[in-house]
Design a protein around this ligand. Structure first.
Ligand SMILES: [Zn+2]
Length: 323
């Protein structure tokens, strides 16, 4: 349809801003990136986004009124109703009226949500969620992010903190310190950084492990090294994976027992381990999930990669801005 509306998805990260034009069905028509300019507490970012959009509109020769609005994901603590950012450590924003500023700069309606939440919406709409209406999304990257979707809607809670799955306490006593200020959060165990930390803890007493050799060769370990060694049945690597998937499986099962999701989507860099992560994870999950909860839910690896955010942004425009 020629006059069908398009959407603009924006995904703000600490180093790059991903932008995309998407059609009514969430298919990406154009996508590109610009660097994130964090100078002067990030005050130029909204202007850069507006200019990038205008330049692209000129380049591909469409009209601005083709677009229904902008759906944007941003890191940090966000008040979704007002699009107000309380604090985004990576960007430098504090008490920043993102929605108002971006609307002023672009002349388009804007809707904002947390980056982990829009990635979850993207996966629900066009990715591994496969249209599931009740979905739990867990992103295992340098941190652990989460998005909880029930009946196709992201849960925000009373002041925007719902879905902070990474800060579920996994180790009540003596856990490692977390970026949030607590100790023993799931993030300290199941993020890429957490997995490496656990592997390093006892490496010296496992000199027979492949991981010990890898560390000697590369002077560092990655979570990928851990999963690769466990796939090759390295006993120490398998014990690390066992430990990580125990805490992750337990946390997800407890969430699933309360939310009864049909899909549990695992994303982020760590999820590239695929079945060598999912198989032990499922095993742990099944120990702690209620039988009917278990029957109703399926695990899947996220499929959209870096596009999840812009697609989720388009979903927000489609469902929240167009009446
Ligand atoms: Zn934490």
């Amino acid at each position: 349809m020629k006059d069908e509306k398009w959407f603009i998805g924006v995904d703000l990260g600490g180093t790059t801003i991903k932008l995309a034009f998407l059609n009514y069905y969430g298919e990406i028509q154009h996508k590109w990136e610009i660097p994130t300019d964090k100078s002067e507490e990030g005050r130029h970012i909204t202007m850069h986004i507006a200019r990038a959009i205008d330049d692209k509109i000129d380049e591909i020769d469409v009209k601005k009124d083709q677009f229904a609005g902008i759906g944007m994901g941003a890191p940090g603590f966000i008040e979704m109703e007002t699009g107000f950012i309380y604090h985004a450590v990576n960007i430098g924003w504090r008490n920043f009226p993102l929605k108002d500023k971006l609307e002023l700069e672009t002349g388009l309606p804007v809707i904002i949500d947390n980056d982990a939440n829009i990635a979850a919406l993207g996966e629900m709409w066009r990715g591994a969620g496969d249209g599931a209406k009740d979905l739990l999304c867990v992103t295992l990257g340098t941190g652990v992010g989460g998005g909880i979707i029930t009946n196709s809607t992201i849960i925000h809670g009373t002041n925007g903190m719902a879905g902070e799955i990474g800060h579920i306490t996994s180790i009540p006593d003596g856990g490692a310190p977390c970026n949030c200020g607590k100790t023993g959060c799931l993030e300290t165990v199941a993020s890429a950084t957490g997995i490496v930390r656990i592997a390093m803890e006892d490496l010296e007493s496992h000199k027979d492990s492949k991981l010990y050799d890898t560390y000697q060769d590369n002077h560092e370990l990655t979570s990928r090294d851990v999963f690769e060694a466990s796939e090759k049945k390295d006993a120490y690597a398998m014990s690390v994976v066992q430990n990580v998937t125990f805490h992750l499986g337990l946390a997800i099962a407890n969430l699933a027992n309360s939310l009864n999701p049909s899909k549990i989507v695992i994303g982020g860099g760590v999820s590239k381990a695929g079945e060598s992560l999912l198989t032990p994870l499922r095993e742990q999950f099944e120990k702690y999930a209620l039988p009917r909860v278990k029957e109703g839910s399926d695990f899947a690896i996220a499929t959209l990669g870096n596009d999840a955010g812009v697609i989720g942004g388009a979903w927000l425009v489609k469902t929240k801005l167009i009446k």
